[in-house]
Design a protein around this ligand. Sequence first.
Ligand code: IPE
Ligand code: IPE
Ligand code: MG
Length: 251
Amino acid sequence: MDIMKLFGKSKEVDYSLDSENIPQHIAIIMDGNGRWAKKRQLPRSLGHRAGGEALRDVIETAAVIGLKYLTIYAFSTENWSRPQDEVSSIMQLLVEYLKKEAKELHKNNVKIITIGDLSRLPRDLQQEVEKVKELTKDNTGLRVNIALNYGGRDELVRAFKKISSEIVAGNRTTDEINEELIANYLDTAEIPEPELLIRTSGECRLSNFMIWQLSYTEFWFTDCYWPDFKGKDLVEAIQDYQNRERRFGKV
Ligand code: IPE
Ligand code: IPE
Ligand code: MG
């Protein structure tokens, strides 16, 4: 992997990674757009715009590192409780982002997938999501998984509803319910669990993100606001991850 090429050779900073121990899947809670804007006396919507721009560098770095999955928390089921104008501007920015980045993502062999309940999103955003999924569906590089109107509890509720209706219809029995079956009914059925979770902006909580999938994930927190997060921060998080011992309940 040519991480050096990406950052320019630096004597002070060590960007080396153990290529035998690169996580397959990293999930990111991209937090701090609002505070980034406030610090600059800008409207929150400009913080969200800057947040979208920060993604480019992170996606590029993730691809160079050879990550297979990058899940990004873009909008939670709780974020509908924000002021109406902020919600609208986030939805509009997401449409714009997908329109603007689709070609480049496709060129870089990125495949766009999503988790969350898309049915509640504005029509134009749903259409844009479908378009970029269709465009990138055969790509074999990094999978960028966008969590949109996503909530871990909502995901479990939807999964339990699907399982119950199959039981009611006589296609399954309650004896079949186990961890594997539940995992297969989640939005992430096709996706391995993240080895590493990153949250920016200094907050140390999950905010309803992937509560099932993160059971044994390593967490990495940084005070950096999301719009300031760069590919080199991603590398730093992975370096820290590589120094950890994952025990999974064993000794
Ligand atoms: C994250 O930044 C973006 C979304 C939740 C959509 P915030 O908007 O939460 O930024 P802060 O936490 O208010 O700084
Ligand atoms: C989590 O951030 C959701 C996203 C990053 C999309 P929030 O800013 O909404 O989380 P809380 O409300 O501070 O927990
Ligand atoms: Mg926040």
